[in-house]
Design a protein around this ligand. Structure first.
Ligand SMILES: [Zn+2]
Length: 436
């Protein structure tokens, strides 16, 4: 019997290719060919092998080509007030600005308008994957998922659960919250999305009763879902959690009690600014992902997470924009904020940990966070082919610069204007301009 050979779908980009080998080292391949076969990285070549001849080549000239960035923590409904409302600490900020805004997503017309803007701007950014919070509203969450699916971005989206300490209109009755979540999961399943998946999203312990978390733990097992939430962000919040759950050993212990803190349940926790030794140990044991959100931590005056330590101890760490406590979906800004924050921490708080390097923040934004989505965030063979083409010619300079120097400057200066092309799982989302 002859075997049926299906011809592989090949895509080739040429340019200055940069990715993280590990948290301390960049791999830089100047004027090289990056080859994608059937949505996966085939390899990087200085000279194109004979077997690949005849395939079209997208020549990106002197542009940089990097792996797509992963935003591990962003709130879609808060995108509408990004860059505003920066004058309060976390708990007051939630009451004064966030909850009133999130209440509007009961209105489908508003949700449709707001989520169109969010999805469109995320598409233009350097982000290819994201973990996204919606609101408690099931219909609006479906609108968000439909819109994100159309962009081609790979996202995990969560209908938020809250059944205490929330204003009327955002506070669900416990069993209703669980029932709505299950209806939502069935609805998602019937949509047959290619790029968009559900993620369980208890907002944080202060707004979720034990019974709600227990029910979400049951749904997690039934549907084998990942979980996202917040953890040890702010000192008042941590005190509040110990009052609400006096039986818990520490904040993260609450999630763990209900089976939604790593292990069998992939979990990403935003912030971990003030995690105790016990909490850090449990996160290590369970392989919990940390979404470091440096700008948010500064804006709502939470503090500076010991992210250098987390990296040095081999924990799973990525970056989050945390819009709207963070002002922008531009993840280069998050990288720059992470470096700056770590310098202040080193100077003011703990001299034993050196500031973060460019290599480390680039690693977190690509490979570190990308790992939450599997083999993602690198150009090593076999990784999913998510790539972003960066044209930094706007940032002109009189002197010669190495590719590493250009990457460093992009981290400090770039925004979506540098993003010239974007590829996810081998598909071209867009490529602006001419073929050089
Ligand atoms: Zn958040």
């Amino acid at each position: 019997m002859g075997r049926l050979w299906k011809k592989k779908e090949i895509r080739i980009l040429k340019g200055n290719i940069v990715y993280s080998r590990n948290k301390d080292e960049l791999e830089i391949c100047e004027h090289s060919y990056l080859v994608c076969a059937d949505g996966k990285v085939d390899g990087i070549y200085q000279t194109l092998p004979f077997r690949l001849g005849g395939n079209p080549i997208r020549d990106c000239g002197d542009c940089l080509i990097i792996p797509g960035l992963t935003d591990l923590h962003i709130h879609a409904p808060q995108y509408s007030f990004r860059g505003m409302a920066m004058d309060l600490e976390l708990l007051d900020w939630l009451d004064a600005y966030t909850f009133p805004e999130e209440m509007k997503y009961g209105e489908m017309e508003y949700a449709g308008k707001a989520y169109s803007i969010f999805a469109e701007n995320m598409k233009k950014s350097a982000v290819t994957r994201a973990c996204v919070f919606s609101t408690i509203h099931r219909p609006a969450t479906m609108v968000l998922m439909d819109k994100l699916e159309k962009t081609g971005l790979v996202t995990l989206v969560g209908k938020v659960n809250m059944d205490r300490n929330a204003p009327e209109g955002l506070c669900e009755e416990t069993e209703e919250s669980l029932a709505e979540t299950e209806i939502w999961l069935e609805e998602v399943r019937s949509r047959d999305y290619r790029n968009t998946g559900p993620i369980l999203t208890p907002r944080f312990v202060p707004s979720c009763t034990d019974r709600l978390l227990e029910g979400l733990g049951e749904l997690q097992k039934k549907y084998a879902l990942p979980v996202q939430s917040h953890l040890s962000e702010n000192l008042s919040e941590i005190r509040w959690v110990s009052e609400l759950c006096p039986w818990s050993g520490f904040y993260g212990d609450v999630y763990d009690r209900f089976g939604i803190f790593g292990g069998e349940c992939p979990a990403v926790m935003a912030h971990c600014v003030h995690s105790t030794e016990e909490e850090i140990l449990r996160m290590k044991e369970k392989g919990v992902f940390i979404a470091h959100c440096p700008e948010s931590n500064m804006n709502v005056a939470s503090g500076i997470a010991p992210v250098k330590r987390y990296l040095e101890e081999g924990m799973n760490v990525g970056l989050g924009s945390d819009v709207a406590a963070g002002s922008t979906e531009n993840l280069f800004a998050a990288m720059a904020h992470a470096v700056r924050g770590s310098k202040l921490r080193w100077r003011l708080q703990d001299e034993s940990r050196k500031p973060l390097t460019v290599e480390e923040v680039f690693y977190m934004a690509t490979r570190g966070g990308g790992a939450f989505f599997g083999k993602n965030g690198s150009f090593e063979p076999g990784y999913e082919f998510d790539a972003v083409v960066l044209d930094d010619s706007r940032l002109s300079h009189p002197q010669g610069l190495s590719v590493r120097e250009r990457l460093e400057r992009i981290i400090y200066l770039a925004d979506e204007r540098e993003v010239r092309g974007k590829y996810i799982r081998g598909n071209e989302l867009f490529f602006y301009g001419y073929n050089i």
